[in-house]
Every structure is written in C-alpha cells, then in structure tokens.
Design a protein around this ligand. Structure first.
Ligand code: SF4
Ligand code: F3S
Length: 380
C-alpha cells in the first residue's frame, strides 16, 4: 500500500495547518532552501534545476508543496557502541516541531532507546519495519561498529553489532551516521581501540552514507539533513568525509566570535587571566577551531544560546576524525607545546595569526623527535 503524504501524516498526528506551515518555514530556513536548485515540486511551475530564490515562490510554499506530495520516509535507528548522546541531544532539540517531526510523530519507525517496546518485542518491531519498508527507509546509526573477533564486544538480542548493522543496511535507501562514533569511530576507536571500533563508512561501501559528526551531533544539523531528504528525496552535497557541505562547509574559526582577537594576536594563556576574562582567542589553550568543520559558531546549542568557545572553552575538534587522539585536548594542533621564553612570547603576541604556522612546524618537529625517540626505545 502506498504511503500517505508527509502532510497527511502530520495532520493525522494532530498538527494543525498553521503549525504545518510554521514547520515548513523552519525547514526552509534550516536547509537554506533559497540557494538550492529545485527539481519537480508537484503543483509548482518551476523549471528543473532553477534556484529556489529565483523561482518566484516563497520558500515555505515550496517546502509545503513538497511535503504535501511526498510520501513519509521511515527511519530505523540503531545504536551500536555509543552513549546515546546524539539521541539525548535530539530529544532536547530547540526546534521542537522539527524534532518531533523527525523523532516521534512522522518518521521514526524503530529507535532502540526511544521505542516503547523492549526486548523481543522491540527486535520484532525492527524486523517488521525492515521488511515492510525494504529499499525505502533511512537507516540512522549511532555509535561505532566493531567487527573484531566476530563482533563479540557489542551484542544486542544475541546478535553481534556488525551483523545487526549489515542486515539493516541491506534494505536502506541511505544511511545517516550520526555522531563522531558512527562517522569516524569516535571514543571507542581511541587508542588502543580494544574493540577494533570503526566508522560505518569503513564497513559499508555500497550505500549512500551521510556523516553527521560531532560529540554529539548538533540536533538542528541532524534534523536539517532529514528535512532535506524529506523535501527533495535526495541527500545534500557532501565533502570528502561525507559530511553535508551545508553544515560542515566552514571551520569554527571562520565564523568564531573571538576571531578578531586571533587576528589581532590577542590570546588567553590561562582560563582565568585577563585575556580569558576579556574574551580573547583560545588558540593557545588548545583550540582546534581552525581545523574543525562544523556549524557550532552559527547554529550554536540550546536554542542558539551558546557554544563551547563562547562559553570560554576551546573547541576540541569533535566533528573531525580521531579527535580523541589528536595530541591532547589542551594542546592545539598548531599551538606551541612548551612555554616559550619571554622574548618569544612577546613576538608571538605581536605577530598574531602568522605565528601559528611557525608553531605548527615547531610542533611537528617536536612530535617527530618524540616519535623517533619512542621508536628507537621500542627497537632497543
Ligand atoms: Fe575562535 Fe578558536 Fe579560532 Fe580563536 S582559534 S578565533 S577561539 S576558533
Ligand atoms: Fe565540538 Fe568544537 Fe563544536 S568541540 S561542539 S565542534 S565548538
């Protein structure tokens, strides 16, 4: 039986026309519809490939027409080696209508933590959803996968995590790997990685995969990606790590509110010095913002309230591969490792941004030296 349209499903779930249109406006904003090339939206005379803002239609109307004509997209949500942080973050999304749309009322068919059913009943519900929606559902994976030793380090309902993932992936139209663990292996993959943890894209290579890294993923980014799929039936443009460019196209540093201090060479050197109190750049306290791609500086957290750097803590690089092993959270990839002599400190403060390159080279040389010393120790 053909699925009802998303709009009809929302109506059945008690969402009024007014709230539906509000949600459409929200979705249009989150996915940045104005600059997206459009294809075949039922009821709208839009030449294929034309940019939404040039079409003459209001963004929310384009979204509304799409949701009125497109069928509901079921989601099956697995949790493997994870802490459920991405699910927790999503339940606290500050876009409640959108979060609701994705989580409970419209799309999620099975979610291990949020499902009312438990035990065998939950497993049966998952099997039934996989069968009913074969080839149509989006599979969301939270947590890393561990194929090592037959997958014995994470089993659910007597099945290994690896088998569970492979079975569910087979009938998926696309896979969203949410959080750093599912995208890149995350904390379970940190050295010495006893379970052989890895990201989903390392074991599945024949399906479209969208990585939504972060620790956790920003809920509005996750819902934005699902909304994009609902409206267009396609996945957004991805970077070379399979992250949507829409949300991961710029570094934290590109849009950081402390950037003017970085450019002026003004750095906090401890968490309670004058610079910290005056909101200076956190680069020398280990900030990974210059090499981290994510939307924290613009979307922020808790309804746009703040994000780590605004609250006084360096970015840890939680949306990048191997961030747990990146040389120490408080040692920046390009911040100096040892306290420099007084004259060097003064020069660094004056030279501002340019000094970072020198620091990076110094660090590289220092790391190399440490590495070769370590290797010769091992060989000896
Ligand atoms: Fe902001 Fe960090 Fe860049 Fe400084 S180094 S401007 S705190 S992102
Ligand atoms: Fe993560 Fe850095 Fe944002 S630590 S939450 S990517 S500011």
């Amino acid at each position: 039986m053909a699925e009802d349209s998303i709009y009809n499903e929302m109506k059945k779930a008690g969402i009024s026309r007014r709230n539906f249109l509000k949600t459409c406006g929200l979705i249009a904003g989150v996915i940045g519809i104005s600059d997206i090339p459009l294809e075949n939206i039922a009821g709208l005379d839009i030449p294929a490939g034309s940019i939404a803002k040039a079409s003459g239609y209001k963004p929310e109307l384009i979204v509304a027409r799409a949701l009125e004509s497109k069928p509901r997209v079921p989601i099956i949500w697995l949790e493997l080696q994870d802490c459920a942080g991405c699910s927790e973050a999503l339940t606290r999304s500050q876009s409640p209508t959108l979060g609701d749309l994705v989580l409970s009322k419209i799309t999620v068919e099975y979610h291990e933590t949020l499902s009312a059913a438990a035990g065998f009943q939950a497993e049966e519900a998952k099997e039934a959803a996989m069968k009913k929606y074969a080839g149509q559902y989006i599979l969301v994976v939270e947590g890393s996968v561990s194929p090592k030793d037959g997958g014995i380090y994470c089993t659910i309902g007597g099945k290994s995590n690896y088998d569970i993932l492979m079975e569910a992936a087979e009938g998926a139209a696309a896979i969203i790997a949410t959080g750093n663990c599912a995208a890149f292996g995350g904390l379970p993959k940190a050295k010495p990685n006893p379970t052989g943890a890895m990201g989903v894209m390392e074991v599945i290579t024949d399906k479209p995969i969208i990585n939504v890294p972060g620790c956790p993923a920003i809920p509005e980014v996750f819902t934005g990606i699902v909304a994009h799929y609902l409206v267009f039936g396609t996945i957004p443009e991805l970077d070379d790590l399979k992250r949507p460019k829409l949300f991961y196209g710029k570094t934290i540093h590109d849009r950081c509110l402390r950037r003017p201090f970085y450019d002026a060479g003004k750095y906090a050197l401890s968490y309670d010095d004058k610079g910290a109190k005056e909101g200076w750049c956190l680069y020398k306290l280990g900030c990974k913002g210059p090499t981290t791609y994510n939307s924290c500086a613009t979307l922020k957290w808790s309804g746009g309230l703040s994000f780590p750097i605004q609250s006084g803590h360096p970015c840890l690089g939680c949306s990048e591969p191997n961030f747990w092993d990146g040389g120490g959270f408080y040692q920046g990839q390009s911040a100096i490792l040892d306290k420099p002599a007084g004259s060097v400190t003064a020069a660094a403060a004056g030279a501002g941004a340019a000094i970072g390159v020198g620091m990076a080279l110094a660090n590289q040389a220092k790391k190399k030296k440490a590495h070769s010393a370590e290797s010769s120790e091992k060989e000896a």
